[in-house]
Design a binder for this molecule. Structure first.
Ligand code: PLP
Ligand code: SF4
Length: 380
């Protein structure tokens, strides 16, 4: 039994809310303390000589942080371990390519005030912090996380709150970053209260890797800080079935029992999850074990130093097509590309329409056979 589950049974034995909170808090803080917090903490790990040599330069470009329980998922005997590939700096990160970008999806260009991006009329991204519980090597915001790097402060968010208040078309506020769930409960409660006080906002969305990388942080106090008037959706970021542990399961159960809607977005990463078997297992376990609906599968974007993790779009389309054939509708994510220059996220397939001749469409079935479909539309 994990310490967290032991804690849960003690709750049932009648701990007070404060005891429970103190216990929960300790569990995840130990996980942070015992993990990798600085590049120098990598010294004691069995990195390859090439990885070790790349650490100073790679860590200067993008911070290193790995909670202990996530670190413990690494099988060090496997140089291609999918957890290691996501969090241990690689010498390949130093090989930047022409055309790679600091801001691959134009967060800055569509930022009318600091800490907010408004590209689609009905929803905004709000960045309450530029810090994370884990730093993923492939992060497309790594440039902001390095150059801005700041945490939460009430003053820093005031212009963003004022913007939301004066734009009645905004219905969803998406907390992202940085990782919003790396903030203390008190900060989250304050942010939630400010947003729910705006009558036109309907839904609070939280994009987070905490249920994956620091699941013990999902405490009853965290849940309470988010509960209020708004519909809450938590969008997790699992990339591999190996990340779906007992602790992650408990974290997702806590979030579901709080009444939150759970979705997942994954990034398609070469050497991590670019096979149909890995993606199929990931999507099934997300839905069937965690109750988390696979939402997006993101094509690898143009973040700097990430050529070694990118698949081609053609490979991604083949994977998406195979998933469509193998997985139920609710287990299927949509394969999308977030276009540079603010073009937004667009589905890249699979596409089943082969041709059109007037009112007759030629459409490929799930069995691979192309069939004619004649539209019959009344013009009365
Ligand atoms: C991804 C993103 C959203 C959310 O898009 P959905 O398709 O609703 O998940 C909103 N705003 C910006 C700027 C984004 O990049
Ligand atoms: S948790 Fe999200 S924002 Fe933070 S480094 Fe990972 S991908 Fe980037």
């Amino acid at each position: 039994m994990t310490p967290h589950l032991a804690g849960a049974s003690m709750d049932a034995a009648g701990m007070t809310a404060d005891d429970e909170r103190a216990h929960d808090d300790d569990a995840w803080q130990d996980d942070v303390r015992a993990g990798v917090r600085h590049a120098r903490d990598l010294d004691s790990l069995p990195l390859s000589p090439a990885e070790r040599a790349a650490v100073p330069e790679a860590a200067a470009r993008h911070k290193v942080r790995i909670p202990k329980t996530y670190l413990d998922l690494i099988d060090w005997s496997d140089p291609a371990d999918p957890i290691r590939a996501q969090v241990i700096p690689s010498p390949d990160e130093l090989a930047e390519q022409d055309g790679e970008l600091d801001d691959p999806i134009a967060d800055h260009e569509f930022s009318p005030v600091p800490r907010l991006t408004h590209r689609h009329a009905d929803r905004v991204l709000l960045f309450p912090t530029y810090q994370c519980a884990v730093y993923c090597r492939f992060c497309f915001r790594k440039e902001s996380l390095t150059s801005i790097g700041r945490g939460f402060s009430r003053e820093a968010l005031e212009p963003a709150f004022a913007y939301i208040e004066t734009h009645p078309e905004i219905r969803e506020v998406i907390l992202t970053g940085g990782d919003p769930l790396s903030l203390p409960d008190k900060a989250l409660a304050e942010i939630r209260a400010r947003i729910e006080a705006v009558p036109h906002v309907r839904l609070l969305r939280i994009h987070t890797r905490v249920p994956v990388a620091l699941p013990l942080r999902v405490t009853s106090g965290l849940v309470r800080s988010l509960q209020g008037r708004l519909m809450v959706t938590v969008v997790t970021h699992f990339n591999h079935a190996r990340e779906i542990t007992d602790a992650a399961e408990q974290a997702c159960r806590t979030l579901r029992q709080a009444g939150f809607v759970l979705l997942n977005q994954s990034v398609l990463l070469k050497g991590v999850n670019d096979t149909v078997e890995v993606l199929e297992e990931l999507c099934r376990e997300l839905m069937y074990r965690l109750g988390v609906k696979p939402y997006y599968l993101h094509h690898g974007d143009l973040a700097r130093g990430m050529a070694h993790r990118r698949t081609t779009i053609h490979q991604g389309q083949a994977l998406a097509s195979a998933l469509r054939a193998r997985l139920s509708g609710i287990c299927n994510p949509v394969y999308v590309l977030d276009l540079p220059d603010g073009g937004g996220k667009v589905p890249l397939g699979p596409c089943y329409v082969e041709a059109r001749d007037g009112e007759t469409w030629r459409i490929r079935g799930q069995d691979g056979e192309v069939r004619a479909y004649r539209e019959i539309v009344s013009d009365l």
